[in-house]
Ligand binder design. Structure first.
Ligand code: AMP
Length: 398
């Protein structure tokens, strides 16, 4: 089976054509600068080849057409006919409370996605545009929506409710939704496979640490709590996002500096996090280099990040009444041994014992805790595209 996975952003679109059973990726790439001019980067892993093209992309429809043309091209294509694409799986950021799992896209689903726009005004319109563009360019090909929020729909009310007047939940849908659900679902399932135990018997804390970061408590295969909230701004400090903060700070800073809400939100989303503390960069590699050169604020940014992840690990172990495994994934989690070590060290009291040598590794599935560690610590590279392709195949096959 060949599944085309699409992750549409407002001006970009990532794609992968893959076989969800063999996991072979036939081609993958990225359309950028949609609506500006248009650039396609197309990779064919089997040939270890990368192609770059300037192609006008006034809308997502031209971007999808460019992807299809690249997949079908005589020189750098990987399929002979568009009919070889069995289905398309779309990453959708926000499914609200409507979607607790992936779904076949129908007219009703599209209407429900439109209803979710106010919850994710930056992301959902791009996802919807991506779906509409595929419908236009590949009419009749079955499509599936896979939601970032779906995995966290199993959270109990005590985890998702905010301590606000209850009508804000009832009337305005204000609650914790959580994000990165496809990643937390993938790595928790892989963790169970690595440990050789049914996921139903495991308590797992998954740490998705990248440019955006979130931590989730996965009890028996179900998300029971997570650090991102109503929006992906909440939780631990991120590359440029503040993470949790006292809402009183907004009033204070807006009053003092005369910021309007848009300016304030721009500061919280784009100028805060480890960039804000360090003043150096949002990229953890730059911050680590600066810290190693003696930059105190860079060191503080890293410490603050690690400390807030560590606190969540403790909190989620308490929430679940124990923990069997802690998983690190995403750009920082997969590549940064020092950050992993600093988060997991000092947790010996709860049965976590790291193995420094085993931890000195990047980007591969492996156990990084000591052989006698009661709690297993695992490094698991995430693969959201594979999850999307597998969900899409399963739903299309019925
Ligand atoms: P992601 O959002 O999952 O793509 O992760 C991006 C983040 O991973 C960036 O902040 C990078 O700095 C970080 N990252 C990638 N490789 C490394 C590395 N070797 N050491 C530290 N951070 C890394």
């Amino acid at each position: 089976m060949k599944i085309l996975v699409i992750n549409a952003g407002s001006s970009s679109l990532k794609y992968q054509l893959m076989d969800p059973d063999t996991r072979e990726v036939f081609a993958k790439g990225l359309c950028e600068r949609i609506g500006i001019d248009g650039r396609l980067t197309h990779k064919v892993p089997a040939k270890d080849a990368k192609y770059e093209f300037d192609i006008p992309m006034p809308t997502h429809a031209e971007a999808i057409q460019a992807v299809l043309d690249a997949l079908l091209s005589a020189e750098h294509g990987v399929i002979k006919s568009a009919s070889e694409i069995d289905a398309v799986g779309h990453r959708v950021v926000h499914g609200g409370e409507k979607f607790a799992s992936s779904v076949r896209i129908t007219g009703d689903v599209m209407a429900a996605l439109e209803e979710c726009i106010p919850l994710a005004p930056l992301h959902n319109p791009a996802n919807i545009t991506g779906i509409q563009a595929c419908e236009k360019v590949m009419p009749g090909v079955p499509m599936v929506g896979v939601f970032d929020t779906a995995f966290h729909q199993t959270m109990p009310a005590k985890s998702y409710i905010y301590a606000l007047p209850y009508e804000f939940y009832e009337n305005d849908k204000v609650r914790r939704y959580g994000f990165h659900g496809t990643s937390h679902r993938y790595v928790s399932a892989r963790a169970a496979a690595m440990l050789g135990k049914p996921i139903e018997e495991l308590k797992i804390i998954t740490c998705h640490l990248g440019n955006g970061s979130s931590v989730a408590a996965v009890d028996g295969g179900r998300s029971v709590d997570t650090s991102m909230g109503f929006t992906p701004l909440a939780g631990v400090p991120m590359g440029t996002r503040s993470g949790d903060l006292d809402a009183g700070i907004l009033e204070y800073l807006m009053g003092k500096h005369g910021y309007d809400m848009k300016e304030m939100m721009n500061i919280l989303n784009k100028k805060s996090g480890v960039l804000g503390i360090s003043g150096v960069s949002s990229d953890f590699r730059d911050i680590e280099n600066a810290a190693n050169d003696g930059n105190q604020r860079a060191a503080l940014a890293l410490e603050t990040f690690q400390y807030s992840v560590k606190k969540l690990v403790g909190a989620y172990a308490a929430a679940m009444g124990g923990v069997d495994a802690i998983v690190f994934t995403a750009g920082v989690g997969e590549n940064d041994a020092v950050t992993r070590m600093n988060i997991a060290s000092g947790l010996e009291f709860m049965g976590v014992k790291m193995d420094a040598e085993a931890n000195n590794v990047r980007g591969k599935e492996t156990v990084i805790s000591a052989a006698d560690s009661k709690v297993k610590v695992l490094l698991i590279p995430t693969d959201e595209e594979l999850m999307i392709a597998q969900d899409t195949a399963a739903i299309v096959k019925g």
